[in-house]
Unconditional design. Structure first.
Length: 365
């Protein structure tokens, strides 16, 4: 929006040329969403607390300390995140970019699913939302539409590129998935969405790894959207994809502002409204920039949390025994006596290391 308006002043002052640089607009989007979150946070929290009363329902089968420490904390903080992200993106981005509209629609659609789930939990005073089967069907339907739309956006100069899967450490190499691209893309988006949702179980645990994953994706999106960098690094060149960095900058800024209120002890939880939306966002962007496997590295913490649940369920059904004291993984360490802040900070450290490894794959080819 600002970009379109300021183009009118390009000829009168060279200072407005700054807005043509993506890096400048990323910084603008980041600062805008961050200060919006800082300023609007207290008002959102007060509104949510007044409307929800008892706050987010706490699972009775969860760690004992949660019932005492987290009772009464309002949820649906994802509304604050999404508000700041969307407004900032609309202000600083090129609104003619199809990648941008695709990821915004995915984010808002998953946010709506999460909002309805949170609403049912709060209104019923129960940790159970609406049907898991219906939720998954809706998630796959949205992901399918997004993936189908993306196949029409990708450049078609290279045969099979729009349905290709890039392999880390291999230069200029992609596997053409053909008709399997759509189910694969759906699995990436739905899987990432629910993985972030599973991770969001402790104060500040999910929001920082999301930020770090977004930072990695921002570098990747900028590189693949630049013909010089993509040629130098031997990664796919995707015209227009660099504009996604504006959206990622807005997420990082909003997440920093939200962390101010979500840090232990949390004043607000993001809820499914935030976790489902942010997870779907990083999944869809990974598909757009052709780095789905790299996302699995940068977001390795989300993968570990999800695997812990899968392993726990399979083990219990087959043998009647549990591998972990409790799943997801962060609850296992809570049961072992680790302090919540210890788990959160150590998981952040793991995410930083994994993000650095993911970025290293760009050069090691």
């Amino acid at each position: 929006m600002l970009l379109e308006l300021l183009k009118l002043f390009d000829e009168t002052s060279h200072i407005f040329n700054l807005f043509n640089y993506i890096t400048f607009r990323v910084g603008g989007a980041l600062m805008t969403s961050m200060f919006m979150a800082f300023i609007l946070g207290p008002y959102f929290i007060k509104y949510l607390r007044d409307k929800q009363g008892k706050g987010q329902p706490i699972r009775k089968d969860g760690p004992e300390g949660h019932i005492i420490k987290k009772a009464g904390t309002p949820t649906m903080g994802g509304l604050l995140l999404l508000t700041c992200i969307i407004i900032s993106t609309l202000l600083w981005s090129d609104l003619n970019n199809p990648f941008l509209w695709t990821v915004m629609l995915v984010t808002l659609s998953y946010g709506l699913i999460g909002f309805y789930d949170d609403f049912l939990k709060v209104s019923r005073h129960s940790p159970k939302g609406f049907s898991g089967k219906i939720k998954i069907i809706l998630e796959f339907a949205i992901a399918l539409i997004a993936c189908w739309f993306l196949t029409g956006i990708f450049p078609s100069g290279k045969e099979g590129f729009e349905t290709g899967l890039a392999i880390p450490f291999l230069k200029d190499f992609t596997i053409n998935l053909g008709v399997f691209f759509l189910p694969f893309g759906c699995l990436v988006i739905v899987g990432a969405s629910n993985a972030v949702n599973l991770t969001d179980g402790l104060d500040g645990l999910a929001i920082v790894p999301v930020m770090i994953a977004c930072m990695s994706l921002a570098f990747i999106a900028y590189f693949v959207g630049n013909s010089v960098f993509s040629d130098y690094l031997g990664i796919p060149y995707i015209p227009g994809s660099a504009e996604i960095t504006i959206f990622l900058g807005a997420i990082i800024g909003a997440s920093l502002g939200f962390l101010w209120y979500n840090a232990p002890p949390a004043m607000v939880f993001m809820g499914d409204t935030g976790s489902l939306a942010l997870g779907a966002t990083i999944g869809s962007i990974a598909i757009m920039v052709k780095h789905e496997i790299v996302l699995a590295i940068a977001g390795g913490l989300f993968v570990l949390e999800t695997l812990s649940v899968v392993i726990q369920v399979i083990s219990f059904k087959l043998t009647g025994k549990r591998v972990f004291m409790m799943a997801p993984l962060h609850h296992h360490f809570e049961k072992k006596g680790w302090a919540e802040s210890t788990i959160v900070i150590r998981f952040w450290i793991i995410t930083i290391v994994l993000a650095l490894i993911s970025l290293a794959t760009l050069k090691i080819r």
